[in-house]
Design a protein around this ligand. Structure first.
Ligand code: MD6
Ligand code: FE
Length: 224
């Protein structure tokens, strides 16, 4: 995968596909795929609406008892939850005790295609965490490390209002670079970059023409 990174660095692959969507390397095994989700939004947005009708956004509390500024939902066999017992994945929703909505096929296909483009050809997510950021919502620097197997990447899809993504190093203290993320952008990080610290700066006020006054982030993981 390092070879692919060198190839990307020496020859930006704007024209590798017929759509000049562009790719920005964030590391040897991490990249932003600009606009990668746009072609599937006609299927994805109605499917997302159905998932959110079945499992509405909820406020989630950290193990320390603080409300997270993002609101959470999810779909797939497993959902990420947080409460006084800690962060973990659960096959049932904490509010109802019932399973999470099924992950729509177009969600899985998008995540698998994005992962493949960054060098992870066998990505089969079993969890899709859905986060809603209203203006002012943020995500502090953290590692995604509640999954059992770090050989699978994380795939993150941005919808709605723009945000600034922080991508740091393997230690919290390492400096983080700032990357703007826009509606339809997809970030993939795995391999050597899988445990890098990352976060999102407070989302600025605004109204997105399709999504309204919010940013929604879908993060796909293989939890088990
Ligand atoms: C983003 N989100 O919103 C990146 N991680 O672009 C995350 O890194 C993230 O939203 C863990 C849980 C929820 C998240
Ligand atoms: Fe994360």
């Amino acid at each position: 995968m390092a070879a692919a990174y060198n190839r990307r660095m020496s020859m930006p692959d704007l024209f590798e596909n017929d759509t000049p969507r562009g790719r920005e390397a964030l590391g040897p095994d991490a990249a932003i795929l600009r606009g990668h989700a746009l072609p599937c939004l006609p299927d994805l947005l109605p499917a997302l609406r159905q998932v959110l009708q079945a499992a509405p956004f909820r406020t989630v509390f950290t193990p320390g008892g603080h409300a997270m500024s993002v609101k959470l939902s999810g779909c797939g066999a497993l959902g990420w939850i947080s409460d006084a017992q800690g962060y973990r994945y659960s096959p049932v929703r904490p509010d109802t005790g019932t399973p999470w909505p099924t992950m729509p096929d177009c969600f899985k296909a998008l995540a698998a295609r994005a992962a493949r483009e960054v060098g992870f050809p066998a990505f089969e997510p079993d969890a899709c965490l859905i986060n809603r950021y209203v203006p002012g919502s943020r995500m502090g620097l953290h590692q995604d490390r509640d999954e059992r197997d770090f050989s699978a990447p994380i795939v993150s899809v941005s919808l709605g209002l723009p945000a600034v993504f922080l991508f740091g190093g393997q230690a919290r203290s390492a400096p983080a670079l700032r990357y703007p993320l826009f509606h339809g952008d997809v970030v993939v990080w795995g391999g050597a970059d899988r445990l890098r610290f990352h976060g999102v700066l407070p989302v600025k006020h605004g109204r997105h023409s399709v999504m309204g006054p919010q940013r929604i982030n879908l993060t796909f993981r293989k939890a088990r």
